[in-house]
Design a protein around this ligand. Structure first.
Ligand code: NAP
Length: 338
């Protein structure tokens, strides 16, 4: 295989972005078919992909098209399972947006199907592993001179959310990125997680608990304190400070000019997640293409997606229990050991 000929399933917001990305910025890959349950959505996707793109409303038909040799899934999380399983059944590499699926039980079905196929076919779109800043922090940790990490202090702040955003989504949609990227960063696994509810912001819509503090401990005893605060009102503000035995490493912030004006020194905070992580999506999709062409996967595996889902379930449970909940995965199968 020297080129991925992709069927993209789900032509919504990020689906449209990925079509544009693949057609215009990614090498050795092309979207040849698009699918959306609503024909109008699929047609919009085809318009972005360009002339000759096939339009489907049934994911199995798109995935099994003989001209298709790879799949990208960008439906909402609740509809990831079927196309991912269809791609595995067809033996075609599949990149699925995060989360792998919305429930741990469904993630397990995917893990079992991939292991039964005997091939590494599934990559999950946790793009922070491809962010330049996180990669630099990881390199510094791995260098060793800072000593062992002991504490991580993180913030995941957003300007505001729409009224459909729920208390659980602070975990499943927002903290899910830290749930995946932090164990990768420090080469460890979650052991127990707890969610504490501080005073709720007057800007949170009715019924939403915001901010939330998530305390997550790894198997070797490293503690993360994560503030999720989705009504901060001042921008998209991602921070991660790693306190090690001999020093402290801070995740670089996007670089904007520092200005001195009207008795103030100030700099900008990024507006939203699209702009903050724009470059990492390009790197992520190119890396998936490069691996898939060699019959491999990079980034987060189906197992990583399953573990993220188990961890999220434990945190959501703690949102009501208030106590630390254990993260029980049963151990990484040999198939997924690196
Ligand atoms: P969206 O705008 O709602 O797009 C989803 C699209 O899929 C819609 O066009 C929807 O059609 C279509 N669809 C729904 N069920 C389908 C099915 N069974 N088969 C084919 N198409 C189907 O959602 P989004 O914001 O793009 O999010 C999509 C996924 O990307 C989610 O899993 C989300 O978590 C993930 N995401 C990841 C990041 C990241 O940072 N990595 C950022 C944003 C989103 P209708 O609208 O007509 O129902």
């Amino acid at each position: 295989m020297d080129e991925l000929r992709i069927a993209l399933i789900g032509c919504g917001m990020i689906g449209q972005q990925h079509i544009d990305r693949i057609q215009n910025r990614i090498k050795n890959a092309k979207v040849v078919a698009v699918c959306d349950v609503f024909e109008a959505g699929a047609k919009k996707g085809a318009e972005i992909a360009g002339e000759g793109t096939k339009v489907y409303t049934d994911s199995a038909a798109a995935i099994n098209d003989p001209d298709v040799n790879a799949v990208v899934v960008t439906t909402p999380g609740a509809f990831h399972k079927d196309p991912v399983l269809q791609a595995i059944a067809a033996g075609k590499p599949v990149f699925t947006e995060k989360p792998l699926t919305n429930t741990a039980a469904e993630c397990k079905e995917i893990v079992d199907a991939e292991m039964a196929s005997g091939k590494h076919l599934v990559q999950v779109g946790f793009m922070r592993r491809y962010d330049r800043g996180y990669k630099q922090v990881k390199e510094l940790i791995d260098e060793g001179k800072f000593g062992a990490p002991m504490v991580l202090k993180c913030t995941h702040r957003a300007d505001g959310v729409d009224p459909s955003y729920t208390t659980a989504m602070a975990v499943t949609d927002t903290a899910i990125h830290e749930i995946d990227v932090l164990p990768w960063l420090i080469d460890d696994e979650w052991d127990e997680v707890q969610c504490i509810m501080p005073k709720t912001s007057s800007k949170a819509h009715e019924g939403l608990k915001d901010p939330q503090i998530m305390i997550m401990k790894t198997k070797t005893g490293i503690v993360t304190v994560l503030e999720v605060n989705v009504n901060c009102g001042f921008g998209y503000d991602i921070n991660c400070e790693v306190v090690c035995e001999n020093g402290v490493i801070n995740l670089p912030c996007p670089s904007f000019p520092t200005v001195r004006y009207a008795n103030n020194v100030s700099t900008k905070i990024e507006d939203n997640w699209i702009l903050r992580f724009m470059d990492s999506y390009d790197v992520e999709i190119q890396d998936w293409v490069d691996h898939a062409l060699k019959g491999e996967t990079g980034g987060s595996s189906a197992w990583d997606g399953y573990v993220a889902s188990i961890t999220a379930d434990a945190l959501v449970k703690s949102q009501t229990s208030g106590v630390a909940e254990k993260v029980v995965t049963g151990g990484t199968p040999d198939f997924y050991k690196k």
